[in-house]
Write a protein that binds this ligand. Structure first.
Ligand SMILES: Nc1nc2c(c(=O)[nH]1)N[C@H]1C(S)=C(S)[C@@H](COP(=O)(O)O)O[C@H]1N2
Ligand SMILES: [Mo]
Length: 258
């Protein structure tokens, strides 16, 4: 199935995906509305084909402890430099809280200790970065669905956005805040967790301490690190560049199915 999907992805995506077009960093193409709309069409085809073929709840492959990569590269931000993050880090995230808001019945702020007291899930999965490297790691965290059920989604909520502590680069409207988003199928998928531990230890700063998203059926850039706030929204248009993520606003696909 994996080979088939890879091949399918190649066939459908070879001339159209952001990565093969080399759109990353190519502002002229990114700003070209036609190219963007063709990519979006191909992308929604990719998402629907993948979900049709493997189902909404099919699990990403899980690995054994012996397969965990001895080194797991850190990519993108490895130390958010903002004052707020630095002060939270200085007190080992004792004052840190995950804010849950947007289209929810019961907005909440949850401490790291409270998250760790919730039922946890541990999974060993392979992380695939669009830049061409992969690594297998073990992740422990709270299923995102549990947090969302506790907050109670309002009926017009369709996406969950993740707001991060880091600005990666300020190339768009002077803002470089890293953010990501997923739809509700992925949000309630059993392997979608808010991870606070990696390979059996507290998440380290380069990998997103104190909390990062794991959404295992998608590529590396969807795995938002340094998550500070999650927001349920009806539409992605009102967030930053309007494409649902930091890299998506710079030309990458929103649905980055593996
Ligand atoms: N907040 C934030 N999340 C992020 C990034 C980032 O720069 N900032 N980089 C993304 C990319 S491209 C990848 S491949 C993974 C890298 O995760 P790692 O550093 O744990 O390997 O994080 C993703 N999540
Ligand atoms: Mo990546």
């Amino acid at each position: 199935m994996n080979n088939f999907l890879t091949r399918r992805r190649f066939l459908i995506g070879s001339t159209l995906t952001a990565s093969t077009l080399g759109l990353a960093g190519c502002d002229a193409l990114v700003e070209n509305g036609n190219v963007q709309s063709v990519i979006k069409m191909a992308e929604s085809l990719t998402m629907r084909t993948q979900r049709f073929l493997i189902g909404d709840t099919a699990l990403a492959r899980e690995f054994s402890v012996s397969e965990i990569s001895p080194t797991f590269r850190a990519n993108g931000t490895s130390m958010p430099d903002g004052a707020e993050y630095q002060s939270l880090l200085a007190s080992h995230f004792a004052q840190w809280q995950l804010h849950v808001g947007g289209l929810v019945e019961r907005p909440a702020s949850i401490s790291l200790a409270a998250l760790k007291a919730m039922p946890a899930r541990t999974q060993i999965t392979r992380h695939d970065c669009v830049e061409g490297w992969s690594a297998i790691g073990q992740w422990t965290g709270v299923p995102l669905g549990d947090v969302l059920r506790a907050a109670g989604l309002k009926k017009d909520a369709r996406y969950i956005a993740f707001h991060c502590a880091d600005e990666y680069e300020k190339t768009l409207d002077g803002s470089g805040w890293y953010y990501e988003s997923i739809d509700l199928v992925d949000a309630f998928h059993p392997q979608t967790i808010l991870a606070y531990a990696m390979n059996g230890r507290d998440l380290e700063v380069p990998h997103g301490a104190p909390l990062r998203l794991r959404v295992e059926r998608q590529l590396g850039y969807k795995q938002a690190k340094y998550v500070m706030r999650i927001e349920a929204v009806a539409d992605l248009k009102n967030l930053y560049g309007g494409n649902g993520g930091f890299w998506e606003d710079r030309g990458y696909e929103w649905y980055a199915g593996i």
